[in-house]
Ligand binder design. Structure first.
Ligand code: TMP
Length: 237
């Protein structure tokens, strides 16, 4: 496999073309941003943790029958994935009130939700990723109703599989964000990442944050927390 030109640089990752037009290489950075780019910094070796944790969790999900873009981990920071057309939605799944939901509904952070909440945001940095519902999504053709049914079904299943898996290593899955893509034949697959950048992970025993909220809220200890998540999930691997 030969690496070709850089196709894209985002806030947390770079994407490169390869000599295979159906595959791209994702390169995870240590750069951290919050508040749609308002706060900038770095978290040492975040790129390594996010790459390895994402691939580990995606492999687990694939064994459960969830299709993903993952092809092969090349090294600590770089992974070969199927080239997809990203569905322009952030899918947020919530088990416990935190972050923007806690604020919006006036619920104390940590309030257990009696049923799982699914939210969609339209991916558009200039608009600040506004929340949308099924009607908006249909009207602006962000996804077809059939695609959205598949995305919702996968998202609830992913929540079950991830929550159970993380509980085994003493992590409570509070909420998380997913992105999906379309393969050339239209198949919907899980894309992007599943990492402490995109999930709220709380320690089951102490309630300690093991995720990007440490950075977003200037709480400190983010580097150690990211390493802790990786070592609980991957051990000595
Ligand atoms: P929120 O409470 O700020 O809406 O975030 C909900 C979850 O989604 C949280 O685990 C962080 C994740 N998330 C992202 O990964 N990217 C984003 O742009 C947003 C808004 C949230």
């Amino acid at each position: 496999m030969e690496i070709r030109e850089q196709l894209y640089e985002g806030k947390a990752k770079k994407v490169f073309a390869t000599d295979d037009p159906s595959l791209v290489l994702v390169d995870y950075k240590d750069d951290a941003t919050a508040g749609n780019g308002a706060k900038k910094g770095t978290i040492r070796d975040k790129g390594v943790v996010n790459n390895r944790v994402t691939n580990h969790l995606m492999r687990m999900l694939m064994e459960k029958g969830i299709p993903t873009h993952l092809v092969e981990e090349i090294d600590d920071r770089r992974t070969l994935v199927k080239k997809v057309q990203i569905v322009p939605l952030e899918v947020i799944v919530r088990n416990v009130a935190a972050g923007s939901l806690a604020k919006r509904l006036g619920l104390p952070e940590g309030t257990k939700l009696d049923s799982t909440v699914l939210e969609y945001c339209y991916k558009d940095d200039a608009l600040g990723d506004p929340m949308v519902n099924e009607y908006h999504i249909a009207a602006i053709h962000a996804a077809t109703p059939e695609e959205l049914r598949t995305i919702a079904d996968y998202s609830f299943r992913i929540n079950r599989y991830l929550s159970e898996y993380l509980a085994e290593v003493g992590i409570q899955l509070i909420d998380f964000k997913l992105e999906f893509g379309r393969l050339p034949d239209g198949t919907i697959v899980l894309a992007d990442e599943i990492s402490p950048d995109t999930c709220r992970f709380w320690d089951v025993k102490t309630g300690a944050h093991l995720d990007k909220d440490l950075f977003r809220r200037d709480l400190g200890g983010e580097e150690a927390a990211y390493q802790e998540v990786m070592s609980r999930l991957l051990g000595d691997q």
